[in-house]
Design a protein around this ligand. Sequence first.
Ligand code: SAM
Length: 312
Amino acid sequence: MTSPGAVDSAATRSSDDASGPWTVMRIIRWSGPWLQDRGVETGRLDAEHLLAHALGTTRLQLYLQYDRPLTPDELSAFRPLIRRRGAREPLQYIIGRQGFRELDLAVDRRVLIPRPETEELVQIVLDWAGDRAGLRAIDIGTGSGCIALSLLAEGPFERVVATDVSAGALEVARANADALVAGALVEASRLEFRTGPGFGPVRAGERFDVVVSNPPYVGAEEADGLEPEVREWEPAQALFADADGLSVLQSLVDGAAAAVASGGLFAVEVGLGQAETLRDRMEARSEFEGARVHRDLTGRPRFVSAHRTPYS
Ligand SMILES: C[S@@+](CC[C@H](N)C(=O)[O-])C[C@H]1O[C@@H](n2cnc3c(N)ncnc32)[C@H](O)[C@@H]1O
């Protein structure tokens, strides 16, 4: 198969050429298999997203103009995008956006691309919050800000602190917060960003009704089994943790007792095979009760939560 450069050279051919001009449909039909040959299973879909992005339109609109020839400028805009995807850069980094629950977030290589299962972690917190009022939460390892910002946008939170060890990630989270504040989806005064590892950014005596985290939990030995999009493009600091991926999770369990308010919720996302170990660790601590494993929508044990034993 030809390279993306062929798109430009072929675009200069006259329309009586055997293959004709590069119309919307023809370039999608060409690009989908080209991406699939490079291991992108969703090649056709991704080609549609990238073409829509290059043309500043939607996928639906593409199909309303499927036989329109593309201009040289449009082809020039599309070519680097498809080339990047062919190098297995995630679609979301190329487009720069990822949807998460009700939010449309900016993402780039400084942050993990928010995953659908993390939307379920947010739901666990929202279900617990119910119609309580004036809650305070801390989201440890906020990345794009997806958890913290969703809690503020959807839940009864008076205050949310979002932390990360990565200054770059916090820049992305702040930009997402600014956009949501501008759109009146989130109140700036309720949100605070802090830098540092684990519970380091928590002040002496400070307590939160909810401590939530989706920390790095992939073991180094699992790296080879990851898709190139993850292994080569997402931040290692967001993915990997020592001790078979458990080190950050374990330190969160050990430190949470001092940060969760009486009767409050501690909830974390975990990797496959880690849930029972974490639940047992929570159960072993007298500061927690009701430790339990939650399954995701596909039935996999992906979350663990516990309640802070009421202070006596
Ligand atoms: C798996 S990503 C999750 C990002 C975001 N919360 C989400 O759900 O998409 C983990 C995040 O935790 C940060 N991180 C890694 N180690 C940390 C630590 N010890 N303390 C706080 N944040 C940490 C990483 O920089 C990264 O942004």
